[in-house]
Design a protein around this ligand. Structure first.
Ligand code: GMT
Length: 380
C-alpha cells in the first residue's frame, strides 16, 4: 500500500512510535510517505520504500503565527495526489487530525476519497486536547476520522470520558523491536558511568511537568544512600534546569549525569539496571517498554496505561503518583541482590516480547486493509 504518515518529528513518544511503524511497514514492502516539518529523529538510514516530504511554512510579515496547519493540509493534498496514497495515518490529534480532515475535504471535491486514521497518543487528549482552546476542533476532527486508534485501553477510556466520540476506538498497543533492544551492554560504557560497579538507574523523557523529574531525583537519592548507584538522565525539556539545580542543592552531582537528547537508546538502555518513570500520567510509557526490552526492570507510578505493560512484582513495581518512599523501597528491593535483579531483568525482557513489533504491526495492516476496502465498497 501507499501510506502517508503524519507525526511530530521530535523525540516524543508519538513521533518515535510513528517513525518505527513507518520503518517496519516499509520493510514489509509498503511505500511510506512521512509528511512533517523536519526529518523524524528516528528516521535514519536509507530505505527504498521510505519518502520524506517536508512541510514548509513560509513566513510573512503579517503572520505572528505562521499557519502550520494550512501548510500541512496543503502538503498532504500534494503528496496524496502525486504519490497516489491509499490512506493517511496521523499520529497525535493536534493539529494532525484537523489538517487531515481539511485535506480529505479538498480531495473529495476532486472525486477522491482518502481514508484517514487517527492514532491518539496521550496528551493530545488528556492534557492539551481537553483544553478548551483546542477541544471543539479536536473532538470534531477525531469524529471525522475513518478509524481511530488509541495506544492503550486507558487512553481509549479517557478519550470517551473527555469527548463525545461517536465511533469506536480500537486499541493497538505501542510496540518495541525486541531484537534491536537486545544488546550486550558495552563494558567500557558501563565503566565510564559506574566505575566502581554501582547500579545504573535510568530515566528518559522530554522533561515536562507530567514526568515529575524531581521525583526521579528524590527516589534516586534514597536508593543511593543504601545501594551505591548512578543516575543517568536522558532527554531535555523545560524541567531540566530545575532538576539540575536540585541535584546541586542535594550535593549529588557526582552521581548524576544529564546527557541530553540521545539517538542510540538501545546502547544506553543496555547498561541500565533499572528504569524510573514516576509520571503523573502516561497513556502507555513507550520509554519504559523499550527499557524492558533491553532488560531493565521498571519502577513507575500506576498512572494511566502503565499497569497494561508492567506486572507488579514481576518485571517492576508501581506506586501511587508522588509516593517517592514506596518507589525507592521498590527500587531497593530489585537492586539489592544480584539474583533478584537478574530475575527482574529476565521478566522485563519476557514481558516486552508481548509487545514485540512483529505482533503489533499486523494489527495496523489489518486496519489499513479494512479502511481501504470500505472505501472501495462505497466507490463500487
Ligand atoms: O509524553 C511524552 O513522552 C510525549 C508524548 C508524545 O505524544 O509524543 O507521549 C505520549 O505518547 C507516547 C507514545 O504513544 C506514550 O508512550 C506516552 O505515554 C504518552 N505520554 C503521555 O501520555 C504523557
Amino acid at each position: 500500500m501507499n501510506i502517508g504518515i503524519v507525526c511530530y518529528p521530535t523525540f516524543g513518544g508519538s513521533g518515535v512510535l510513528a517513525t518505527e511503524l513507518g520503518k517496519a511497514l516499509a520493510d514489509k514492502g509498503h511505500n511510506i510517505h512521512f509528511i512533517t516539518y523536519q526529518q523524524p529523529v528516528r528516521l535514519t538510514g536509507f530505505s527504498a520504500n521510505i519518502f520524506y516530504h517536508e512541510v514548509r511554512v513560509p513566513t510573512y510579515p503579517l503572520f505572528d503565527y505562521p499557519p502550520y496547519e494550512t501548510a500541512l493540509a496543503s502538503t498532504m493534498v500534494d503528496v496524496i495526489r502525486n504519490h497516489n496514497l491509499d490512506l493517511l495515518h496521523v499520529h497525535y490529534a493536534i493539529p494532525h487530525a484537523a489538517a487531515a480532515y481539511m485535506a480529505k475535504k479538498i480531495l473529495q471535491e476532486e472525486g477522491r476519497d482518502i481514508p484517514v486514521i487517527t492514532t491518539l497518543h496521550g496528551t493530545d487528549i488528556t492534557l492539551v486536547g481537553k483544553d478548551k482552546t483546542y477541544a471543539p476542533v479536536v473532538a470534531f476532527s477525531i469524529n471525522q476520522s475513518d478509524a481511530i486508534t488509541a495506544v492503550s485501553d486507558n487512553l481509549r477510556q479517557e478519550t470517551f470520558r473527555t469527548f463525545r466520540i461517536e465511533k469506536d476506538i480500537q486499541v493497538i498497543h505501542n510496540f518495541v523491536d525486541v531484537e534491536r533492544f537486545t544488546r550486550k551492554p558495552i563494558d567500557a560504557f558501563r565503566k565510564v558511568i559506574a566505575p566502581n560497579g554501582e547500579r545504573i538507574i535510568l530515566h528518559a523523557s522530554n522533561f515536562r511537568k507530567v514526568k515529575r523529574v524531581q521525583d526521579v531525583i528524590k527516589v534516586f537519592q534514597a536508593v543511593n544512600q543504601q545501594k551505591p548507584s548512578k543516575l543517568l538522565l536522558v532527554g531535555d525539556g523545560p524541567e531540566r534546569p530545575g532538576a539540575e539545580e536540585m541535584c546541586r542543592e542535594m550535593g549529588i552531582c557526582d552521581d548524576v549525569r544529564f546527557v541530553g537528547k540521545q539517538q542510540d537508546m538501545e546502547e544506553i538502555m543496555a547498561v541500565a539496571d533499572l528504569f524510573l518513570l514516576p509520571s503523573e500520567y502516561e497513556s502507555f510509557g513507550l520509554a519504559a517498554l523499550e527499557a524492558m526490552a533491553a532488560g531493565a526492570p521498571v519502577v513507575s507510578t500506576n498512572a494511566g496505561g502503565l499497569p497494561e505493560i508492567i506486572e507488579q512484582g514481576v518485571c517492576g513495581f508501581m506506586a501511587d503518583v508522588g509516593d517517592v518512599e514506596s518507589m525507592a523501597n521498590y527500587a531497593l528491593d530489585i537492586l539489592m541482590q544480584d539474583n533478584r535483579l537478574n530475575q527482574f531483568k529476565d521478566a522485563a525482557r519476557a514481558k516486552a516480547k508481548q509487545f514485540d513489533i512483529h505482533n503489533i504491526i499486523p494489527e495496523y495492516e489489518t486496519l489499513y486493509k479494512q479502511v481501504a476496502d470500505s472505501r472501495l465498497e462505497v466507490a463500487g
